[in-house]
Ligand binder design. Structure first.
Ligand SMILES: NC(=O)c1ccc[n+]([C@@H]2O[C@H](COP(=O)([O-])OP(=O)(O)OC[C@H]3O[C@@H](n4cnc5c(N)ncnc54)[C@H](O)[C@@H]3O)[C@@H](O)[C@H]2O)c1
Ligand SMILES: CC(C)[C@H](C(=O)O)[C@@H](O)C(=O)O
Ligand SMILES: [Mg+2]
Length: 369
């Protein structure tokens, strides 16, 4: 079986966090015979500096061919004024679009030891386990026209276009319902049908998919703004949230803070299973960005990146036991009071990126021995 993983560490804290995953992969290859083959490319600002584009054709081809892509983070003030088409974020958007990664799974889990690190009262987030299923290849991110036009009267007009077709809503709803069946069996669909036509269609299609194939799953509809409010009022009411590209982006940052830090949230971006092989194209990345304010200091939290690798083991390589073990290793390290600065708590020991990675690897190795 081929086990190729293409690493795209990117910019800022991306390479720092990726370094910790590299240690875990090396350990697995050395002691478990996993035979992961690694290759590495450039994406984001570093790719722009090297090639003048946010990802080269050669690296795009490698991403398309790999069994899984691990992505760090892109962007930063250094590239604030590069042309829009080649800005660092364009590399990530191209990967998502060309690899057709329509389903973005963003689990927000509040590890028991971290409840006090949340900006909400501990009792609101203790035991929180929600999954945001974000549509990732449609909506306003990719709809045309997308431009700034000169109106000729000293005014300009910025245009973005929100488009959703039935099949796009059907397939993301299907993913959400299927995943709900493996969890608490409840889906909340969020849109703004009160002001957006795409929201009206979203609501209708999710309702139809539910009626047709998933009537055993509890379905609720919520306006996305109210959904944001409910996420901070009583987040534990949710199991699976399914929503569009833009609302999913915003709501997952909100959900991240429920877990204690943006540095905690992993994600998996999955394509459709291949008709012949059943394999999905997949990219795994933390929800956070390149964190320019702390980049280069060795203090970033690598947990979101490591937990993204756990999702990679689970979804791309069917290594469920190892994925569980890695997630448990993260929980044990947190239970022991080992913390990076973003999740620091009273009486805990503050460590840097690499020490946190080492502590997780040590727990993982001990559990796997
Ligand atoms: N997937 C991605 O590559 C991605 C995602 C979001 C933002 N970005 C880009 O990153 C750049 C910075 O964006 P931003 O500042 O709005 O968001 P950000 O996620 O980079 O940072 C927001 C805040 O969270 C903190 N933070 C984030 N991750 C952390 C971690 N692992 N450990 C400790 N603290 C962490 C940062 O220090 C910062 O204070 C922008 O160019 C943006 O476009 C990229
Ligand atoms: C960097 C940016 C393009 C990206 C998005 O908006 O999707 C990020 O914020 C995310 O959450 O993955
Ligand atoms: Mg985001």
């Amino acid at each position: 079986m081929s086990n190729t993983i293409f690493l795209l560490p990117g910019d800022g804290i991306g390479p720092e966090a990726m370094g910790e995953v590299r240690k875990i992969i090396a350990h697995m290859n050395d002691t478990m015979g996993t035979g992961f083959t690694l290759d590495e490319g450039l994406v984001g600002g570093c790719a722009y500096d090297a090639h003048g584009v946010a990802i080269s054709e050669e690296d795009m081809a490698k991403a398309m061919a790999a069994d899984a892509v691990l992505f760090g983070a892109v962007g930063g003030p250094k590239w604030d004024s590069v042309p829009y088409e080649v800005r660092p974020e364009a590399g990530l958007l191209r990967l998502r679009k060309d690899m057709q990664l329509f389903a973005n799974l963003r689990p927000a889990i509040c590890y028991p030891a971290l409840a006090p690190a949340s900006s909400l009262k501990p009792e609101l987030v203790e035991g929180l386990d929600i999954l945001i299923v974000r549509e990732l290849t449609g909506g306003v991110y990719f709809g045309e026209p997308k431009e700034i036009i000169d109106l000729g009267n000293g005014q300009k007009r910025g245009i973005d276009t929100q488009i959703y077709d039935t099949y796009e809503i059907e397939r993301i709803a299907g993913v959400a319902f299927e995943l709900a069946r493996t969890r608490q069996n409840a889906v909340c669909s969020m849109e703004k049908r009160n002001v957006m036509k795409s929201g009206v269609l979203w609501n209708q299609v999710v309702t139809e998919v539910h009626k047709r194939s998933y009537s055993d799953v509890k379905l609720e509809h919520m306006l996305a703004d109210a959904g944001g409010m409910q996420l901070v009022r009583a987040p534990k009411q949710f199991d699976v949230i399914v929503t569009d590209n833009l609302f999913g982006d915003m709501l997952s940052d909100v959900a991240a803070m429920l877990t204690g830090s943006l540095g905690m949230l992993p994600s998996a971006s999955l394509g459709a299973p291949d008709a012949k092989t059943g394999k999905r194209k997949a990219l795994y990345e933390p929800v956070h960005g390149s964190a320019p304010d702390i980049a280069g200091k060795g203090i970033a939290n690598p947990i979101a990146m490591i937990a993204s690798f756990a999702m990679c083991l689970r979804y791309s390589f069917n290594m469920v036991v190892e994925a569980d073990r890695l997630e448990k290793a993260i929980a044990s390290v947190l239970d022991k009071g080992i913390r990076t600065g973003d999740i620091m708590g009273e009486g805990c020991r503050q460590v840097g990126t690499s020490e946190m990675g080492d502590a997780i690897l040590a727990e993982f190795a001990a559990a796997s021995a």
